[in-house]
Design a protein around this ligand. Sequence first.
Ligand code: HEC
Length: 152
Amino acid sequence: MNTRLRRSLLFMCALAVGMPAATGFGLKTTPLPFFAGQLSAVQSSPSQVAQSGKEMVSYADVASIFSRSCDKCHSGSKPAQGLRTDSYPGIMAGGWNGPVVVPGNPAKSELVRRIRGTSTPRMPFKSPVWLSETEMARIEQWIQTGAPDGKP
Ligand code: HEC
């Protein structure tokens, strides 16, 4: 089995058990620690992750990712698919098909599936450059920690 395939299998496992998949993917060092990081993420149970005090990520922390890569189409009076990413109420309301963020469950969130490409068309729409692993992991962590607004 080649490394690429193993990585994607591990990623699927991480998604399947509802892990944020953030731990391994945030690390873009050499292939070996990258891989080791993922293994430990897969092996620890969700409660262990919660207890290990993972940093709470709020909408305010990920808004800049949306403003750079998504708001161009997902804002204004006629946002694509009825979805607005430029405000917390907008993103939580979702699009014409309903909510795209399921708090606590990145794997079930259409928004995550779109940026990962497990749902198509992948977002950002028609972009040859997708979000970085770090950005995707951060958005997943935001949803994993309950998708809070973050404004005082
Ligand atoms: C160039 C314009 C454009 C950009 C940039 C863009 N989108 Fe989209 N988005 C669309 C269009 C068009 C659709 C509808 C496509 C379809 O599903 O047929 C869509 C659909 C979606 C959907 C599905 C909504 C639903 O109700 O099913 C999600 C979620 C989404 N986009 C999230 C994002 C995110 C997150 C980003 C930024 C990383 C982004 N989009 C960037 C144009 C864009």
